[in-house]
Design a protein around this ligand. Structure first.
Ligand SMILES: Nc1ncnc2c1ncn2[C@@H]1O[C@H](COP(=O)(O)OP(=O)(O)OP(=O)(O)O)[C@@H](O)[C@H]1O
Ligand SMILES: [Mg+2]
Length: 330
């Protein structure tokens, strides 16, 4: 389905699918294909933080990688500022690569251990041919101080192994910000860090958003941090958006049984409630070739025969709040 809440969104996902072909091994001709995303539609508005929440393997990183064009879609379209990103010409691609940046989950892996902090942060400026040597140095200095590495010159010649996890993530953020992007995908930017550092990094992202008038896709498995930073949220389960809407509405009035489960399992998101005993899905119904019913059916306390037969589409329930569940069909 196509969702059009905002006349000029920054990003539009229209029925985006991504299928990874089954891997060949020494002993098999090829495994089953993995449907990482199944007709995913959402929009990200200019200036908002849009959170994508879901458990491991639900397709969050795949959305981010498709959006920055690290990978190609199998079906559907992605628009960035009104243009299809799969149709960008070479000349447009360079500008796109500058305007859209990604911050990865693991600052231990995302930084090259052989580059100093200065070399890491200056590299995108060199690639994009920005300014003179002197101007680049000034830019690196100012961006390092904006991400809280002060005085910047103390960090210039350090290597990643000489930094804490939080400092590494700040360097990764500085590298993304140095080209002054319009849009950033932050893929679980704090999940590898200590709780005390997490809040500092989230606050820094909120500061940068204001300073640079950024728009962000914030990917997380943690509803509490989604609530802390985001304006709107989409809840994804096994490659499908189950619920989508203003963050407070989704957390205060979750419509989909899966969102309710996530909220109960994350006490800090709303209350200190019990952890719901979830009946584990015994077989992977979704990846079975005969699948037509709701992919959450086997775990759902509200499952009906209709759910097992055909999966519900996203349905507009109230003020920009959508759910893919028959419980809310009019
Ligand atoms: N390159 C790949 N080849 C084959 N399958 C892949 C590939 N990348 C991802 N997948 C599969 O696609 C699905 C979605 O993966 P994805 O990394 O997007 O999930 P995620 O929500 O980011 O999970 P996590 O919270 O663990 O990071 C998973 O089943 C994963 O195994
Ligand atoms: Mg991921």
């Amino acid at each position: 389905m196509e969702l059009r809440d905002d006349p000029e969104p920054m990003v539009v996902f229209q029925e985006v699918s991504k299928v990874y072909p089954g891997r060949k091994t020494l002993f098999t001709k090829g495994g089953e294909d993995v449907v990482a995303l199944d007709r995913v539609s959402f929009e990200i508005r200019v200036g908002e933080i849009f959170a994508l929440v879901g458990e491991s393997g639900s397709g969050k990183t795949t959305c981010g990688r498709l959006l920055v064009r690290l990978e190609k879609t199998t079906g559907g379209r992605i628009l960035f500022e009104g243009s299809r990103i799969d149709l960008l010409r070479r000349s447009e691609m360079k500008a796109f690569r500058r305007r859209v940046q990604m911050i990865f989950q693991d600052p231990y892996q995302s930084l090259n251990p052989q580059l100093t902090v200065f070399q890491t942060v200056v590299e995108p400026l060199v690639i994009h041919g920005h300014g003179s040597h002197r101007q680049r140095e000034e830019k690196v200095q100012s961006v390092l101080e904006e991400v809280g590495l002060k005085p910047a010159s103390d960090f210039f010649f350090r290597y990643p192994h000489q930094l804490s996890g939080g400092q590494r993530q700040r360097v990764a953020v500085a590298r993304a910000m140095v080209v002054e992007p319009r849009f950033v995908v932050a893929d679980e930017p704090v999940s590898m860090l200590d709780a005390s550092i997490q809040a500092q990094i989230l606050n820094m992202l909120l500061d940068l958003k204001e300073r640079y008038s950024l728009t962000l896709l914030f990917i997380t498995h943690d509803l509490a941090s989604a609530r802390y930073v985001s304006d709107r949220v989409a809840v994804i389960y096994r490659g499908k958006i189950m619920e989508y809407g203003p963050t407070e509405a989704v957390i205060q009035n979750p419509l989909h049984p899966y969102t309710r489960l996530l909220i109960r399992a994350a006490p800090s998101a709303r209350n200190r409630g019990e952890i719901l005993p979830v009946a584990a899905c015994p077989v992977d119904l979704y990846h079975a070739p005969t699948h037509t019913g709701c992919r959450f059916a086997a775990r759902c306390p509200n499952c009906t025969p209709q759910c097992r037969e055909k999966e519900a589409d996203l349905f507009h329930v109230e003020a920009g709040h959508y759910a893919a569940c028959y419980l809310h069909y009019g």
